[in-house]
Design a protein around this ligand. Sequence first.
Ligand code: SF4
Length: 417
Amino acid sequence: MLPRRKTRQIVVGDDRVGRVYIGGDAPIAVQTMTAGYTYDIDACVAEINRYADAGADLVRVAVPERKDTEALKHILPQVKCPVVADVHFHYKRALEAIEAGVHKIRLNPGNINDRDQVNAVIDACKERKIPIRVGVNEGSIIERKDKQRRMEELGKYFAGHKSGHLLAIMIAKLEEYLDIFEAKDFHDVAISAKSMDAALVIDVYTEISKRFDYPLHLGVTHAGPKSTGAIRSIAALSTLIANGIGDTVRISYASDHIDEVKDALEMLYCLGKRERKGIDLIACPTCGRIQVDLFTLVQEVERKLFREVTLPIKVAVMGCIVNGPGEAEGADVAVFAGDRRGIIYVQGERVANVPEEEILDRLLAECKAFEAKVKRGEAKLGEKVVEIIPPDPIGELGSGEAKIKAGLVEQVTIGKS
Ligand code: SF4
């Protein structure tokens, strides 16, 4: 992992919803966008707050019509996080959204490029100290009428690159647009340059990061359904983040946007870029040694524990005790399946050996009891060794414990000492 690239910092929010810092040394912020109509006030508020509850730091809404910016006046006093107005084609929607008290504006250089109009938005944002994201999208930057000529002209840049002309035009468009902001001495800016091509996204942000010090909003646009969109998005975004690039992320799926928030957060947790909230679940992929219905168990554990446990307890669900202990190293709570039963450990202590049908409830109870102990200051996350008694592979002595007592095998100790 390369060190995070230094960027300017912008602030989004107000006293009521709180402030989100983007860029500089702030944690990488997670955002998403509503899927419903902004003018449907109650539904829009509910949608924004659902994403905020799931961990979104800010939420963007579309404002294609006057009735959407009108609705913002009623939406903004009811939401739990800062709101960004996504403006295309009509610069007046930006002015109306600013007037309504929105916390950030997104402008698309591909469809609002009249200098006077952009200047009017900049002036209004400057007065209210509202940042602007300049967001170019691959699909909206090439004027259809002279597309062929422009593509050929730009082909000479980034020669040898599969999408060199697109890379060139996205960068040129940003440079040209940001000149307007520079001329106004307005630097409360974040930038994005999205494509549905993950490789192009990596290349374009890498080039942009060399040219500008504004915070970067990362995203792969039109990534598709979650099944493929997750791979497309996370391949591009995690590569950039590992290279120190990126200050806020939006993963986009053609499905429930709650998954965008959850997956973006999980990506950042895995990369060590955000402090985990909620359990850290690891599970074995299963193999021919499996001794319980692990897939169902893991699904249930995920569903129940994520809802009922708030501390980042590391929980391991392992299909057997052969390789499970090594793979569960460092877990606070672990269950190892064996012969249609589950052996549960809490920070090294074997606390239960229950039949398969009782594993879920007992594991949940143990996790909640452990969480309560941590909250009372009687235990710490990630502390103490996990000691596992190995199984008796041939069953001659009944249990591993008997073998240890007989001096035939040594006790296995894993985890921190
Ligand atoms: S823990 Fe056991 S069942 Fe799961 S993958 Fe490893 S060896 Fe197979």
